[in-house]
Design a binder for this molecule. Structure first.
Ligand code: ATP
Ligand code: MG
Length: 326
């Protein structure tokens, strides 16, 4: 299951991603955690110290390796140079799984020990000014998008992505890659305005979106969120002393997180799991192609000097059967 946490800066994306990852780890599920946020803090939120976090290999620096692994022997993709972030998998491509060992995990993932067991952590690497705005070609999240486009994930295995609600993810189609998107919103007008923008994009592509309230103090906060987002409000987290202690560098054991927040995490887990039955690999594949054609026409063809539309394998549909067959 692919799950994204998005929202406005400072809303608590990283905090709630990290709590959800801890919750999944305790449940015994295999987890790949990905930091694709502008502010790279997921490692710290998962308990790494500054040195450990700084030593995490950046996916953005290993694009050539990632592309070469994924394109495998796909005859439609002549080289890593002609593979852009939206290039879809086809016959001959290497698909990736959550649990397997592979060259991408070897190069980009590091195990992080949590109370409940270890998860794999991957990070895009720090964003610079050049990453924000128009620089599609250099996009840091391109590595994550390629990974997700080639990923075949089953029930009870999870990829959790901490990311922004920025224009980068809308331009590329990254926002359509998830079984469930949790939009973290504080009970403020700005928090809710990000939700409205996201909702518009989401509606056009059938993206499952739920609002997760954060730093909610009482009934008035909850009423505010409910009046603004209606039934899209899934659950709300309160101010957490456990999180505060973590921030002070004194991480308590996860079981000591407030019971109400544990309950909220279970609600997130159930909401994500419920999406498995609604999966549509055919639609997922067609959306990959849609965004590839869009990016090819707007900058990719010119940039690579080839007709990128020819990379689309019309017969290919991603899914658990095709992954089992290779
Ligand atoms: N439920 C909570 N209880 C206590 N503190 C919280 C809670 N949620 C978030 N915080 C604190 O609020 C601050 C911002 O949270 P966080 O870094 O998770 O937000 P973010 O959306 O990832 O921000 P950025 O956009 O900077 O990446 C952090 O100091 C975090 O510890
Ligand atoms: Mg963050």
């Amino acid at each position: 299951m692919k799950i994204a946490f998005v929202g406005k800066g400072g809303s608590g994306k990283t905090t709630l991603s990290s709590l959800f990852i801890r919750h999944l780890a305790v449940s015994g599920a295999p987890v790949v955690a990905i930091d694709a946020d502008i502010n790279q803090h997921l490692g710290a939120a998962l308990g790494l110290d500054e040195t450990e976090a700084a030593e995490l290999p950046a996916m953005g620096d290993r694009l050539a390796l990632i592309k070469n692994h994924l394109r495998g022997s796909n005859p439609r993709i002549a080289s890593a140079e002609t593979m852009i972030k939206t290039t879809p998998p086809g016959e001959g491509s290497r698909l990736v799984r959550v649990r397997e060992p592979n060259a991408i995990y070897d190069a980009c993932a590091r195990p992080v020990e949590l109370d409940g067991g270890a998860v794999r952590l991957m990070v895009t690497g720090p964003f610079t000014d050049a990453d924000l705005g128009v620089a599609c070609y250099h996009s840091k999240t391109g590595a994550v998008e390629l990974f997700l486009n080639h990923l075949v994930d089953g029930r009870d295995e999870y990829v959790v992505v901490d990311m922004t609600a920025g224009s980068d993810s809308f331009a590329s189609g990254m926002f359509t890659r998830f079984d469930m998107t949790f939009l973290v919103a504080e009970p403020t007008r700005r928090g809710v305005s990000v939700y409205r923008q996201y909702k518009e994009y989401a509606a056009d592509y059938g993206v499952a979106l739920k609002v997760v309230g954060n730093k909610v103090h009482g009934p008035e906060d909850l009423d505010f969120l409910h009046s603004e987002v209606g039934d899209d409000l899934l659950v709300a987290f309160g101010q957490s002393d456990w999180v505060r202690a973590l921030e002070k560098g004194r991480p308590p054991r996860f079981e000591h997180l407030e019971e109400s927040n544990h309950r909220s995490l279970r609600t997130l887990h159930d909401a994500a799991d419920a999406m498995y039955e609604l999966r549509d690999w055919e639609r997922y594949t067609r959306q990959t192609e849609h965004f590839h054609l869009k990016n090819a026409a707007s900058w990719g063809n010119e940039r690579t000097g080839v007709d990128l539309a020819a990379q689309i394998d019309p017969e290919f549909v991603l899914g658990e059967e095709v992954a089992a067959a290779v």
